[in-house]
Design a protein around this ligand. Structure first.
Ligand code: ADP
Ligand code: MG
Length: 700
């Protein structure tokens, strides 16, 4: 049966076709239900009246009571606006309208007492309020002071048509008059609501829009946040268990000759406790008969590569092939070389397949893969192509996963009748709350320990005034045999300009570090892959002491002898990226340094980022800060892996609710996987109705 909530939004009284179109296009509100779930992002207490004298740069939405003393129209064409002088007992402030000024002039009188509602802005050194709401004092009093008013996010185009926060509140009020408990039935089991003291669904939806008081607003939020996170977790856990039941995995029973031979004779160091633990987890997965889907998180330099290699040797010991997929050509090359080095003297066939491998060489590799003569193939996107056929692919390792989309990964699954095991490695630490949501369907392993003997990188913030000092320091380190990275930002919109910065930087470094005493490498995105590779290799072989580069070197490059990372215009980088770049040094036994170069004037946020970088080397702490600063949508690692669009819950502040929701979801599915118990029927029917519409269906 169709629900009233499915009705097209234009049919709601007070909306109509024109505003309906706007709601659809601008706010993605297509139905009555969408409007119901369009929650306010905060409330304003309309019983409090402020004074003009109290206004300060931190003022949010406020109410003022006073009179308009006169109107004037200023500016012309696009800057034309109506300005009113508004006075209370303590002072005067301008009210400004860019639109609908005729209507304002018609309806708003001078020298009449009004309640004004809006957010003060600082403009040319003076405060004003743009597009305020203007209410008759009498009207407000009749409403009993109006109490808490919802504030909705909206757009300029919507505002123009009266869909400002108050306009949205108004149509929402109309909507609430049309729906009852019957239209939004409860689906959370009573025992769950009791144990978390959650109010019912209908009350929460009406209170979220029009709460009687702070307490009611808070209770509504808590219930709806729980609901959102609970449904999300339920979906993710179901996805995971379905996959475990459906996707059989190849069993890697033996670990004998290749694994043992490498472990006992070729591995040059003792594995860390964390590396051993992760290998045990992988071992358990690959013996289970189910497909492994594991995310391996480990900070830069924590030694993920050797874990990947040992995992691929487990496959080889059981007659299965493996592939290791890297996001860039440089990285694929480097993985190929380091694997070949580590495996030297062993009877393991490793091949490199990238876009650069062409002609006869490529044909050879393709044939050997199909015939099963290659044990491990390292490559880039080229591995996904259809012509790449394996005899029996058993293990897929994906390095630096955030560069690969879900769909691309899925193509690899299909290269074997039984899907291969999947190990996704990432050096982007993901805060726990985010991992539980974005990767809630994967098992997560963490390498939370660095190999012994690493000295913490020391990070310093310097400005142009210190450049001579910086060059002196670089010379000292180079004298000791060390190498240096100097990195410049390269952001697409201003690519040409950034390239100029890079070249200017290169020139000035060349002058300070003249040949033949010093040799420089340069790498940037506009170079041909072969040239990039050539320059990179010179640096890897220590033929050049300074690598001047853009962020193309960000991911994975391993030159343990490099001990200084200079980041130019460091204020232009995000925290995650700064941390990645810093991870390029500190890989050997020497003390390493990361120097963040910035201009003198920095925004508050840049200052904060720089100070976070200077105060910690802990990737997880940095990721938490990044999450706080930017919100989950922008975090590296979420964009392509299916981002989470949460309506009301917030991964930074609602970690406790998330934890509770996940546990509850786990428990329910353990006890009643099919949700067939009578108390779970409403939940099941809600899920089946809404699985197509909800944000969590976007996660894969
Ligand atoms: P990442 O996790 O960033 O990919 P790598 O796998 O490149 O890190 O490892 C970084 C460096 O640490 C490499 O030179 C590697 O050989 C070395 N390494 C890895 N594990 C250990 C260990 N247990 N003991 C000593 N060195 C190790
Ligand atoms: Mg790596």
């Amino acid at each position: 049966m169709a629900s009233i909530l499915d009705s097209p939004i234009e049919y709601l009284k007070g909306v109509g076709p024109q505003r309906g179109e706007l709601l659809r296009k601008q706010l993605d509100i297509k139905t009555f239900g969408d409007l119901l779930y369009y929650y306010p992002f905060r409330y304003v207490d309309r019983s409090i009246i402020h004074t003009i004298a109290e206004i300060n740069p931190l003022s949010q939405y406020i109410q003022l009571k006073g009179k308009i003393t006169g109107f004037r129209t200023i500016g012309d064409k696009r800057s034309k606006r109506l300005v009113a002088s508004f006075m209370d007992k303590t002072g005067e402030i301008d009210l400004v309208w860019f639109q609908r000024s005729d209507w304002i002039l018609k309806t708003v009188k001078t020298n009449t007492e009004y309640i004004i509602f809006g957010k003060p802005n600082l403009f040319n050194g003076e405060f004003n309020i743009v597009h305020p709401e203007v209410d008759d004092v009498k009207e407000i009093n009749e409403d009993g002071g109006k109490g808490l008013q919802p504030v909705y996010s909206t757009t300029d185009l919507c505002r123009k048509k009266g869909l400002d926060t108050r306009g949205i509140a108004k149509i929402t009020k109309t909507l609430m008059e049309h729906i009852s408990e019957y239209d939004v039935p409860e689906f959370l089991p009573t025992y769950l609501r009791d144990s978390f003291r959650l109010i019912n669904r209908y009350s929460s939806l009406s209170s979220i829009h029009f709460p009687k008081n702070e307490k009611a607003a808070h209770e509504a939020q808590r219930r709806l946040k729980f609901e959102e996170l609970f449904l999300l977790q339920l979906q993710l856990i179901k996805l995971k268990s379905n996959r475990q039941q459906v996707s059989k995995g190849v069993v890697l029973k033996n670990i004998d000759h290749l694994f043992d031979e490498f472990y006992n004779k070729h591995l040059k160091f003792e594995l860390t406790g964390a590396q051993k633990r992760v290998l045990k987890e992988i071992r358990r997965d690959t013996l289970s008969g189910k497909q492994m889907n594991r995310l391996l998180q480990g900070d830069v330099g924590s030694g993920k590569t050797v874990v990947a290699l040992l995992t691929m040797l487990m496959a080889a010991d059981n007659g299965f092939q493996s592939c290791l997929m890297a996001p860039t050509e440089i990285l694929a090359n480097q993985h190929f070389e380091s694997l070949s080095q580590m495996l030297a003297g062993m009877n393991v066939q490793v091949a490199l397949l990238t876009g650069n491998v062409k002609g006869k060489a490529r044909q050879n590799i393709l044939q050997n893969l199909a015939e099963g003569k290659i044990h491990i193939v390292v490559g880039t996107h080229a591995l996904i192509e259809e012509q790449v056929v394996f005899q029996n692919l058993g293990m897929v390792v994906i390095d630096e996963q955030h560069r690969f989309g879900v769909a691309q990964r899925a193509k690899l699954w299909n290269k074997n009748t039984t899907p291969p095991h999947i190990l996704v490695m990432t050096a982007t630490p993901i805060p726990r709350t985010l991992a539980m949501t974005v990767y809630g369907d994967l098992d997560v392993s963490v390498i939370d320990e660095l190999p012994p003997g690493r000295k913490p990188i020391s990070t310093l913030h310097k400005t142009d005034a210190h450049r001579a000092q910086l060059f002196g320091f670089m010379k000292n380190e180079i004298e000791k045999g060390r190498q240096v990275y100097v990195v410049y930002p390269l952001i697409e919109e201003s690519e040409a300009l950034d390239l100029k910065h890079l070249m200017d930087g290169y020139d000035s470094i060349s002058r300070a570090f003249p040949k033949p005493q010093y040799q420089l490498s340069i790498v940037h995105g506009r170079m041909k892959p072969a040239d990039k590779d050539f320059e990179m290799q010179r640096f890897v072989r220590n033929e050049t002491q300074i690598m001047v580069a853009t962020t193309v070197i960000e991911v994975g490059v391993n030159v343990p002898n490099a001990s200084i990372m200079v980041i130019e215009n460091a204020e232009r980088f995000g925290l995650a990226q700064l941390h990645q770049l810093r991870g390029r040094v500190g890989r050997g036994a020497e003390q390493s340094y990361c120097i963040l170069m910035t201009g003198n004037k920095l925004s508050q946020e840049s200052k904060h980022r720089i100070s976070v970088m200077c105060s910690t080397n802990d990737g997880f702490k940095i990721a938490e800060e990044d999450l706080k600063l930017r919100g989950p949508g922008d975090l590296q690692g979420t964009q392509q892996s299916g981002s989470v669009n949460l309506r009301i819950a917030d991964l930074v502040h609602d970690a406790a609710i998330l934890e509770a929701a996940r546990k509850s979801a786990q428990k329910i599915l353990e006890e009643d996987a099919a949700l067939h118990k009578p108390e779970h029927q409403p939940l099941l029917s809600y899920l089946s109705k809404s699985s197509k519409q909800n944000s969590w269906s976007k996660i894969s």
